[in-house]
Write a protein that binds this ligand. Structure first.
Ligand code: FDA
Length: 402
Protein backbone atom coordinates (compact mmCIF):
# COMPACT_ATOMS: atom_id res chain seq x y z
CA UNK A 1 0.00 0.00 0.00
CA UNK A 2 1.38 3.47 -0.85
CA UNK A 3 1.97 5.57 2.27
CA UNK A 4 -0.34 8.61 2.66
CA UNK A 5 0.96 11.93 1.28
CA UNK A 6 2.79 13.99 3.92
CA UNK A 7 0.76 16.92 5.29
CA UNK A 8 0.99 20.12 3.21
CA UNK A 9 2.72 22.92 5.10
CA UNK A 10 1.42 26.49 5.56
CA UNK A 11 2.06 29.45 7.85
CA UNK A 12 -1.61 29.54 8.81
CA UNK A 13 -4.69 27.39 8.32
CA UNK A 14 -7.94 29.32 8.63
CA UNK A 15 -11.07 27.23 9.16
CA UNK A 16 -14.17 28.96 7.73
CA UNK A 17 -14.31 31.05 4.55
CA UNK A 18 -17.01 33.38 5.83
CA UNK A 19 -16.70 37.10 6.50
CA UNK A 20 -14.11 36.86 9.28
CA UNK A 21 -12.08 34.04 7.69
CA UNK A 22 -11.85 35.82 4.32
CA UNK A 23 -10.73 39.07 5.97
CA UNK A 24 -8.16 37.26 8.11
CA UNK A 25 -6.85 35.32 5.10
CA UNK A 26 -6.43 38.35 2.83
CA UNK A 27 -4.74 40.36 5.61
CA UNK A 28 -2.27 37.61 6.58
CA UNK A 29 -1.67 36.65 2.94
CA UNK A 30 -0.95 40.22 1.85
CA UNK A 31 1.49 40.51 4.77
CA UNK A 32 3.43 37.59 3.32
CA UNK A 33 2.08 34.54 5.14
CA UNK A 34 1.32 31.31 3.25
CA UNK A 35 -2.35 30.89 4.06
CA UNK A 36 -4.71 27.97 3.56
CA UNK A 37 -8.41 28.89 3.87
CA UNK A 38 -10.59 25.80 4.32
CA UNK A 39 -14.38 25.48 4.33
CA UNK A 40 -16.75 22.55 4.36
CA UNK A 41 -19.22 24.42 2.15
CA UNK A 42 -19.03 24.43 -1.65
CA UNK A 43 -18.98 28.26 -1.78
CA UNK A 44 -17.25 30.95 0.30
CA UNK A 45 -19.17 33.69 2.10
CA UNK A 46 -22.64 32.14 1.88
CA UNK A 47 -24.03 34.30 4.70
CA UNK A 48 -22.65 37.43 3.03
CA UNK A 49 -24.53 36.49 -0.13
CA UNK A 50 -27.91 36.27 1.62
CA UNK A 51 -27.30 39.19 3.99
CA UNK A 52 -29.19 42.46 3.92
CA UNK A 53 -31.84 41.02 1.59
CA UNK A 54 -29.09 40.25 -0.97
CA UNK A 55 -27.51 43.71 -0.72
CA UNK A 56 -25.28 43.07 2.34
CA UNK A 57 -25.47 45.64 5.11
CA UNK A 58 -21.67 45.53 5.28
CA UNK A 59 -21.02 48.01 8.09
CA UNK A 60 -22.51 50.83 10.12
CA UNK A 61 -21.31 54.44 10.26
CA UNK A 62 -21.96 54.43 14.02
CA UNK A 63 -19.99 51.26 14.72
CA UNK A 64 -18.40 51.34 18.16
CA UNK A 65 -18.18 49.22 21.31
CA UNK A 66 -21.58 50.38 22.65
CA UNK A 67 -23.29 48.37 19.89
CA UNK A 68 -21.88 45.03 21.03
CA UNK A 69 -22.90 42.54 23.73
CA UNK A 70 -20.31 40.37 25.47
CA UNK A 71 -19.53 39.07 28.94
CA UNK A 72 -16.54 41.44 28.62
CA UNK A 73 -17.84 44.61 26.92
CA UNK A 74 -14.28 46.00 26.69
CA UNK A 75 -12.91 43.12 24.62
CA UNK A 76 -14.14 44.41 21.24
CA UNK A 77 -12.69 47.91 21.68
CA UNK A 78 -9.15 47.35 20.41
CA UNK A 79 -10.01 45.53 17.17
CA UNK A 80 -12.89 47.90 16.35
CA UNK A 81 -10.55 50.87 16.84
CA UNK A 82 -7.69 49.39 14.80
CA UNK A 83 -9.79 48.31 11.80
CA UNK A 84 -12.79 50.61 11.60
CA UNK A 85 -15.87 51.01 9.42
CA UNK A 86 -13.90 53.66 7.52
CA UNK A 87 -11.18 51.13 6.67
CA UNK A 88 -13.77 48.75 5.24
CA UNK A 89 -15.54 51.56 3.37
CA UNK A 90 -12.17 52.47 1.85
CA UNK A 91 -11.75 48.91 0.54
CA UNK A 92 -15.30 48.82 -0.83
CA UNK A 93 -14.81 52.16 -2.56
CA UNK A 94 -11.38 51.14 -3.92
CA UNK A 95 -13.12 48.21 -5.64
CA UNK A 96 -15.62 50.57 -7.23
CA UNK A 97 -18.58 49.09 -5.35
CA UNK A 98 -21.41 51.60 -5.14
CA UNK A 99 -23.14 51.84 -1.76
CA UNK A 100 -25.69 53.90 0.10
CA UNK A 101 -26.85 54.59 3.65
CA UNK A 102 -30.30 53.12 4.09
CA UNK A 103 -31.15 54.22 7.62
CA UNK A 104 -29.51 54.60 11.06
CA UNK A 105 -25.98 54.53 9.59
CA UNK A 106 -26.55 51.18 7.83
CA UNK A 107 -24.49 50.87 4.62
CA UNK A 108 -25.69 48.59 1.81
CA UNK A 109 -24.42 47.79 -1.68
CA UNK A 110 -26.40 49.52 -4.42
CA UNK A 111 -26.03 46.35 -6.48
CA UNK A 112 -25.54 42.97 -4.87
CA UNK A 113 -23.87 41.25 -1.90
CA UNK A 114 -21.96 39.19 -4.48
CA UNK A 115 -19.76 42.28 -5.03
CA UNK A 116 -18.54 42.07 -1.42
CA UNK A 117 -17.66 38.38 -1.77
CA UNK A 118 -15.93 39.03 -5.11
CA UNK A 119 -13.96 41.88 -3.53
CA UNK A 120 -12.80 39.69 -0.63
CA UNK A 121 -11.87 36.87 -3.01
CA UNK A 122 -9.89 39.27 -5.24
CA UNK A 123 -8.04 40.55 -2.16
CA UNK A 124 -7.36 36.95 -1.06
CA UNK A 125 -5.98 36.21 -4.52
CA UNK A 126 -3.73 39.26 -4.28
CA UNK A 127 -2.41 37.78 -1.03
CA UNK A 128 -1.81 34.35 -2.60
CA UNK A 129 -4.38 32.69 -0.33
CA UNK A 130 -5.01 29.02 -1.11
CA UNK A 131 -8.80 28.60 -0.82
CA UNK A 132 -10.12 25.05 -0.67
CA UNK A 133 -13.81 24.31 -0.40
CA UNK A 134 -15.82 21.13 0.36
CA UNK A 135 -13.24 19.93 2.89
CA UNK A 136 -14.59 18.19 5.98
CA UNK A 137 -12.31 18.55 8.99
CA UNK A 138 -12.04 15.19 10.77
CA UNK A 139 -9.44 15.97 13.41
CA UNK A 140 -7.29 18.76 14.82
CA UNK A 141 -4.19 18.07 16.88
CA UNK A 142 -1.32 20.18 18.15
CA UNK A 143 2.27 19.17 18.73
CA UNK A 144 4.95 21.55 17.43
CA UNK A 145 2.51 22.69 14.79
CA UNK A 146 -1.24 22.35 14.36
CA UNK A 147 -2.22 19.36 12.26
CA UNK A 148 -5.60 19.49 10.54
CA UNK A 149 -6.96 16.24 9.10
CA UNK A 150 -9.68 16.45 6.48
CA UNK A 151 -11.45 14.00 4.22
CA UNK A 152 -9.20 15.34 1.44
CA UNK A 153 -5.79 15.37 3.04
CA UNK A 154 -3.84 16.67 6.03
CA UNK A 155 -2.34 20.14 6.59
CA UNK A 156 0.11 21.57 9.09
CA UNK A 157 0.80 25.12 10.25
CA UNK A 158 2.10 26.97 13.32
CA UNK A 159 -1.08 29.10 13.28
CA UNK A 160 -4.69 27.91 13.34
CA UNK A 161 -7.64 30.30 13.10
CA UNK A 162 -11.15 29.23 14.11
CA UNK A 163 -13.50 31.27 11.91
CA UNK A 164 -16.40 28.86 11.54
CA UNK A 165 -19.03 31.22 12.96
CA UNK A 166 -21.92 30.28 15.24
CA UNK A 167 -24.84 27.86 14.92
CA UNK A 168 -27.39 30.37 13.55
CA UNK A 169 -29.16 29.06 10.42
CA UNK A 170 -27.94 25.43 10.59
CA UNK A 171 -29.47 24.63 7.20
CA UNK A 172 -26.75 26.87 5.67
CA UNK A 173 -24.00 24.70 7.16
CA UNK A 174 -23.61 26.73 10.35
CA UNK A 175 -22.25 24.62 13.17
CA UNK A 176 -20.90 24.65 16.72
CA UNK A 177 -17.57 23.41 15.36
CA UNK A 178 -15.56 26.35 16.76
CA UNK A 179 -16.89 25.68 20.26
CA UNK A 180 -15.81 22.02 20.23
CA UNK A 181 -12.38 22.94 18.86
CA UNK A 182 -11.96 25.79 21.37
CA UNK A 183 -12.95 23.55 24.29
CA UNK A 184 -10.43 20.99 23.15
CA UNK A 185 -7.71 23.63 23.58
CA UNK A 186 -8.97 24.61 27.04
CA UNK A 187 -10.94 27.72 26.09
CA UNK A 188 -14.21 28.44 27.88
CA UNK A 189 -17.46 28.54 25.89
CA UNK A 190 -20.35 30.70 27.08
CA UNK A 191 -23.65 28.97 26.30
CA UNK A 192 -24.65 29.99 22.76
CA UNK A 193 -28.17 31.38 22.38
CA UNK A 194 -30.11 32.64 19.34
CA UNK A 195 -29.93 36.45 18.97
CA UNK A 196 -31.45 38.94 16.51
CA UNK A 197 -34.34 36.49 16.42
CA UNK A 198 -38.16 36.79 16.35
CA UNK A 199 -39.89 36.33 19.72
CA UNK A 200 -42.82 33.98 20.24
CA UNK A 201 -45.94 34.71 22.30
CA UNK A 202 -48.22 32.50 24.40
CA UNK A 203 -51.78 31.57 23.43
CA UNK A 204 -53.54 34.58 24.99
CA UNK A 205 -51.26 37.21 23.39
CA UNK A 206 -51.35 35.33 20.10
CA UNK A 207 -55.12 35.85 19.93
CA UNK A 208 -54.32 39.51 19.22
CA UNK A 209 -51.05 39.02 17.30
CA UNK A 210 -51.97 36.22 14.88
CA UNK A 211 -54.77 37.97 12.99
CA UNK A 212 -52.41 40.96 12.64
CA UNK A 213 -49.64 38.87 11.08
CA UNK A 214 -47.80 41.09 8.56
CA UNK A 215 -48.77 44.40 10.19
CA UNK A 216 -45.76 46.61 10.98
CA UNK A 217 -45.77 49.52 13.41
CA UNK A 218 -43.30 52.12 14.59
CA UNK A 219 -42.33 51.64 18.23
CA UNK A 220 -39.73 51.91 20.93
CA UNK A 221 -39.03 48.43 22.26
CA UNK A 222 -37.32 48.03 25.61
CA UNK A 223 -36.01 44.97 27.44
CA UNK A 224 -33.46 44.41 30.19
CA UNK A 225 -32.21 48.01 30.04
CA UNK A 226 -31.85 48.17 26.23
CA UNK A 227 -34.12 50.38 24.13
CA UNK A 228 -34.54 50.64 20.34
CA UNK A 229 -36.75 52.94 18.24
CA UNK A 230 -37.49 51.02 15.04
CA UNK A 231 -40.33 49.11 13.36
CA UNK A 232 -41.91 45.99 14.86
CA UNK A 233 -43.97 43.40 13.04
CA UNK A 234 -46.67 40.94 14.07
CA UNK A 235 -46.08 37.37 12.89
CA UNK A 236 -48.21 34.25 13.13
CA UNK A 237 -46.01 33.12 16.03
CA UNK A 238 -45.46 36.44 17.82
CA UNK A 239 -43.34 39.49 17.06
CA UNK A 240 -40.48 40.32 14.72
CA UNK A 241 -39.15 43.39 12.86
CA UNK A 242 -35.96 45.33 13.62
CA UNK A 243 -37.01 46.64 17.06
CA UNK A 244 -37.91 43.14 18.26
CA UNK A 245 -34.78 41.54 16.76
CA UNK A 246 -32.69 44.14 18.58
CA UNK A 247 -34.24 43.53 22.01
CA UNK A 248 -34.19 39.75 21.47
CA UNK A 249 -30.42 39.85 21.94
CA UNK A 250 -31.02 41.12 25.50
CA UNK A 251 -34.10 39.01 26.27
CA UNK A 252 -33.89 36.10 28.73
CA UNK A 253 -36.76 33.68 29.51
CA UNK A 254 -39.09 35.38 31.98
CA UNK A 255 -38.21 38.93 30.85
CA UNK A 256 -41.02 41.24 29.71
CA UNK A 257 -40.69 43.46 26.63
CA UNK A 258 -42.20 46.92 26.81
CA UNK A 259 -43.47 48.42 23.55
CA UNK A 260 -44.23 52.10 23.16
CA UNK A 261 -46.58 51.96 20.18
CA UNK A 262 -46.87 55.73 19.95
CA UNK A 263 -43.26 56.81 20.42
CA UNK A 264 -42.78 60.49 21.17
CA UNK A 265 -46.52 61.01 21.72
CA UNK A 266 -48.41 61.19 25.04
CA UNK A 267 -51.08 58.77 23.81
CA UNK A 268 -53.44 59.34 26.78
CA UNK A 269 -53.53 63.09 26.15
CA UNK A 270 -53.77 62.55 22.38
CA UNK A 271 -56.84 60.28 22.67
CA UNK A 272 -58.68 62.63 25.04
CA UNK A 273 -57.87 65.52 22.72
CA UNK A 274 -59.10 63.54 19.71
CA UNK A 275 -62.39 62.87 21.55
CA UNK A 276 -62.87 66.61 22.17
CA UNK A 277 -62.02 67.51 18.57
CA UNK A 278 -64.08 64.77 16.81
CA UNK A 279 -66.60 63.23 19.25
CA UNK A 280 -68.64 61.55 16.52
CA UNK A 281 -65.94 59.31 15.07
CA UNK A 282 -65.57 55.56 15.70
CA UNK A 283 -62.87 54.38 18.16
CA UNK A 284 -60.89 52.69 15.38
CA UNK A 285 -60.82 55.93 13.36
CA UNK A 286 -59.50 57.79 16.39
CA UNK A 287 -56.83 55.13 17.03
CA UNK A 288 -55.80 55.22 13.37
CA UNK A 289 -54.33 58.65 14.17
CA UNK A 290 -51.69 56.82 16.21
CA UNK A 291 -51.54 53.28 14.82
CA UNK A 292 -51.71 51.52 11.42
CA UNK A 293 -55.36 50.98 10.40
CA UNK A 294 -55.49 47.19 10.97
CA UNK A 295 -53.85 47.49 14.37
CA UNK A 296 -56.14 50.40 15.30
CA UNK A 297 -59.17 48.26 14.46
CA UNK A 298 -57.93 45.31 16.54
CA UNK A 299 -57.05 47.49 19.53
CA UNK A 300 -60.39 49.29 19.37
CA UNK A 301 -62.27 45.96 19.33
CA UNK A 302 -60.15 44.65 22.20
CA UNK A 303 -60.08 47.68 24.49
CA UNK A 304 -62.93 50.11 23.78
CA UNK A 305 -66.74 49.92 23.76
CA UNK A 306 -68.37 49.94 20.31
CA UNK A 307 -69.75 53.48 20.47
CA UNK A 308 -68.77 56.94 19.27
CA UNK A 309 -65.69 58.29 21.02
CA UNK A 310 -67.68 61.20 22.50
CA UNK A 311 -69.56 58.60 24.58
CA UNK A 312 -66.41 56.97 25.98
CA UNK A 313 -65.18 58.15 29.39
CA UNK A 314 -61.93 60.14 29.46
CA UNK A 315 -60.50 57.74 31.99
CA UNK A 316 -61.06 54.77 29.64
CA UNK A 317 -59.26 56.63 26.85
CA UNK A 318 -56.44 57.70 29.17
CA UNK A 319 -55.98 54.13 30.41
CA UNK A 320 -55.75 52.85 26.83
CA UNK A 321 -53.33 55.66 25.93
CA UNK A 322 -51.07 54.69 28.82
CA UNK A 323 -51.18 51.09 27.64
CA UNK A 324 -50.24 52.14 24.11
CA UNK A 325 -47.19 53.97 25.46
CA UNK A 326 -46.25 50.97 27.60
CA UNK A 327 -47.64 47.80 26.06
CA UNK A 328 -46.13 44.92 28.07
CA UNK A 329 -45.64 41.60 26.29
CA UNK A 330 -44.21 38.49 27.90
CA UNK A 331 -42.60 36.38 25.18
CA UNK A 332 -42.54 32.65 25.84
CA UNK A 333 -39.48 32.00 23.67
CA UNK A 334 -37.65 32.74 20.44
CA UNK A 335 -37.86 31.18 16.99
CA UNK A 336 -34.47 29.56 17.70
CA UNK A 337 -31.27 29.16 15.71
CA UNK A 338 -33.25 28.30 12.57
CA UNK A 339 -34.34 31.97 12.37
CA UNK A 340 -31.58 33.75 14.34
CA UNK A 341 -29.35 36.16 12.42
CA UNK A 342 -26.57 35.70 14.91
CA UNK A 343 -25.51 33.86 18.05
CA UNK A 344 -25.14 35.39 21.49
CA UNK A 345 -22.41 33.80 23.65
CA UNK A 346 -19.70 31.58 22.19
CA UNK A 347 -15.97 31.26 22.83
CA UNK A 348 -15.24 33.28 25.96
CA UNK A 349 -12.99 36.27 25.39
CA UNK A 350 -11.15 35.91 28.71
CA UNK A 351 -8.75 33.37 27.23
CA UNK A 352 -7.82 35.61 24.27
CA UNK A 353 -5.80 38.74 23.50
CA UNK A 354 -8.16 41.57 22.54
CA UNK A 355 -5.44 42.99 20.28
CA UNK A 356 -4.76 39.87 18.20
CA UNK A 357 -7.57 37.38 19.00
CA UNK A 358 -4.81 34.88 19.92
CA UNK A 359 -5.35 32.38 22.72
CA UNK A 360 -3.23 33.38 25.68
CA UNK A 361 -2.30 29.82 26.63
CA UNK A 362 -2.18 28.13 23.21
CA UNK A 363 0.44 29.83 21.01
CA UNK A 364 -0.72 30.17 17.41
CA UNK A 365 -4.44 29.56 18.06
CA UNK A 366 -6.84 32.37 17.09
CA UNK A 367 -10.64 32.71 17.29
CA UNK A 368 -12.47 35.40 15.26
CA UNK A 369 -15.91 36.55 14.11
CA UNK A 370 -19.23 35.22 15.33
CA UNK A 371 -17.60 32.20 17.02
CA UNK A 372 -16.54 34.58 19.79
CA UNK A 373 -18.71 35.92 22.60
CA UNK A 374 -19.12 39.27 20.83
CA UNK A 375 -22.56 40.01 19.34
CA UNK A 376 -23.48 43.17 17.48
CA UNK A 377 -26.75 44.97 17.09
CA UNK A 378 -28.71 44.64 13.89
CA UNK A 379 -27.49 47.03 11.19
CA UNK A 380 -24.08 45.99 9.84
CA UNK A 381 -22.36 45.73 13.22
CA UNK A 382 -21.84 41.97 13.04
CA UNK A 383 -20.02 42.19 9.73
CA UNK A 384 -17.90 45.00 11.14
CA UNK A 385 -16.92 42.70 14.01
CA UNK A 386 -16.03 39.98 11.47
CA UNK A 387 -13.86 42.47 9.50
CA UNK A 388 -12.19 43.96 12.61
CA UNK A 389 -11.47 40.69 14.42
CA UNK A 390 -10.37 38.99 11.17
CA UNK A 391 -8.02 41.87 10.38
CA UNK A 392 -6.54 41.84 13.92
CA UNK A 393 -5.70 38.13 13.73
CA UNK A 394 -4.48 38.41 10.13
CA UNK A 395 -2.11 41.23 11.06
CA UNK A 396 -0.69 39.25 13.97
CA UNK A 397 -0.13 36.18 11.78
CA UNK A 398 1.36 38.24 8.96
CA UNK A 399 3.73 40.05 11.30
CA UNK A 400 5.00 36.76 12.69
CA UNK A 401 5.49 35.10 9.34
CA UNK A 402 6.41 37.89 6.96
P1 FDA B 1 -19.85 32.99 8.92
O1 FDA B 1 -21.03 32.20 9.37
O2 FDA B 1 -20.02 34.09 7.95
O3 FDA B 1 -18.76 32.01 8.26
C1 FDA B 1 -18.43 30.77 8.85
C2 FDA B 1 -17.86 29.89 7.75
O4 FDA B 1 -17.40 28.69 8.37
C3 FDA B 1 -18.90 29.48 6.71
O5 FDA B 1 -18.37 29.66 5.44
C4 FDA B 1 -19.17 28.00 7.02
O6 FDA B 1 -19.44 27.24 5.85
C5 FDA B 1 -17.82 27.58 7.61
N1 FDA B 1 -17.91 26.43 8.53
C6 FDA B 1 -18.81 26.21 9.50
N2 FDA B 1 -18.55 25.03 10.11
C7 FDA B 1 -17.45 24.52 9.50
C8 FDA B 1 -16.70 23.32 9.66
N3 FDA B 1 -17.04 22.43 10.58
N4 FDA B 1 -15.62 23.11 8.85
C9 FDA B 1 -15.28 24.03 7.89
N5 FDA B 1 -15.98 25.18 7.67
C10 FDA B 1 -17.05 25.41 8.48
N6 FDA B 1 -24.71 40.92 9.62
C11 FDA B 1 -24.50 42.19 9.22
O7 FDA B 1 -23.63 42.86 9.76
N7 FDA B 1 -25.25 42.74 8.20
C12 FDA B 1 -26.22 42.02 7.55
O8 FDA B 1 -26.82 42.52 6.59
C13 FDA B 1 -26.46 40.70 7.99
N8 FDA B 1 -27.47 39.97 7.45
C14 FDA B 1 -27.66 38.67 7.83
C15 FDA B 1 -28.70 37.93 7.25
C16 FDA B 1 -28.90 36.60 7.62
C17 FDA B 1 -30.03 35.83 7.03
C18 FDA B 1 -28.03 36.01 8.57
C19 FDA B 1 -28.19 34.55 8.99
C20 FDA B 1 -27.02 36.74 9.18
C21 FDA B 1 -26.84 38.08 8.82
N9 FDA B 1 -25.83 38.86 9.40
C22 FDA B 1 -25.66 40.16 9.01
C23 FDA B 1 -24.90 38.28 10.39
C24 FDA B 1 -23.58 37.91 9.67
O9 FDA B 1 -23.89 37.10 8.55
C25 FDA B 1 -22.63 37.17 10.59
O10 FDA B 1 -22.44 37.90 11.78
C26 FDA B 1 -21.28 36.96 9.92
O11 FDA B 1 -21.46 36.21 8.73
C27 FDA B 1 -20.31 36.23 10.83
O12 FDA B 1 -19.13 36.01 10.12
P2 FDA B 1 -18.20 34.76 10.45
O13 FDA B 1 -17.15 34.73 9.41
O14 FDA B 1 -17.81 34.75 11.87
O15 FDA B 1 -19.15 33.50 10.24
Amino acid sequence: MPSPAPPEQFDAVILGAGAAGLMCALTAGQAGARVLLLDHADKPGKKILISGGGRCNFTNLESGPAAFLSANPHFCKSALARYTQWDFIEMVSRHGIAWHEKTLGQLFCDGSAREIVDMLLAECQAGGVDLRLSHRVTDIARAERFRIETDRGAFEAPNLVLATGGPSIPKMGASGFAYDAARRFGLRVIDPEPALVPLTLGAAALDLAKPLSGVAFDCTAACAGARFREAALFTHRGLSGPAILQVSSYWRPGDAVSLDMAPGVDAAAALVEAKRARPKIEPQTMLAGLLPARLAKAVAADALPARRVGDIADKTLSALGERLNRWIVEPVGTEGFAKAEVTRGGVGTDGLSSKTMAAKDVPGLYVIGEALDVTGWLGGYNFQWAWSSGWAAGRAIGARDA
